[in-house]
Design a protein around this ligand. Structure first.
Ligand code: IDP
Ligand code: MG
Length: 153
């Protein structure tokens, strides 16, 4: 099934929001295929945020994303990329709709709680960037018939 990549950013770790954000994904029915804490550095952020390296706020973004370790995860589900992206909300928390993670937990454009992959192709690239193959687990969930009808999987 489709996989997407999520980062719980330093502000989420610092504000003790890990459980609240993780619960949203779990209550939606997404399966955690991989999860770990890691310290990011400028090298990996230059790859991950390659589309932003020339923007004036990039040094501030690097400082923000390296302030504490982050939680990275692979979430799996039908149309997981689009589902998680829509749960995340607009980049600027102040513009994000209530009910989205950013719209409910943040007030900042930069300190915006989570990263979520924006396309299936980018999800694959990001999962490979942050996870070794053996850190992603393929296991079955007994609850699956309660999450999807048979003709959806
Ligand atoms: P996204 O996280 O919603 O996909 P991107 O445009 O890919 O948004 O930007 C990546 C991250 O860079 C954002 O989540 C946010 O933390 C930061 N960022 C984006 N635009 C700005 C800005 O104008 N000022 C400060 N930080 C920004
Ligand atoms: Mg993005």
């Amino acid at each position: 099934m489709e996989q997407t990549f999520v980062i719980l950013k330093p502000s989420t770790i610092e504000r003790f929001l890990i459980g609240d954000v993780l619960t949203r994904f779990q209550h939606r029915g997404l399966k955690i295929s991989g999860i770990k804490m890691m310290q990011l550095d400028e090298k990996i952020l230059r790859e991950h945020y390659a589309h932003l390296v020339d923007r004036p706020f990039f040094p501030s973004l690097v400082a923000s994303m390296t302030r504490t370790p982050v939680i990275v995860m692979v979430l799996e589900g039908k149309e997981a990329v689009e589902t998680v992206r829509s749960m995340t909300g607009a980049t600027n928390c102040r513009k994000a709709a209530p009910g989205t993670i950013r719209g409910d937990f943040g007030l900042s454009g930069q300190e915006n709680i989570v990263h979520a992959s924006d396309s299936v192709d980018n999800a694959k690239i990001e999962i490979n960037r942050f996870f070794k193959p053996e850190e992603i687990f393929d296991y079955s969930l007994l609850i699956r018939p309660a999450i999807y009808a048979a003709d959806e999987i």
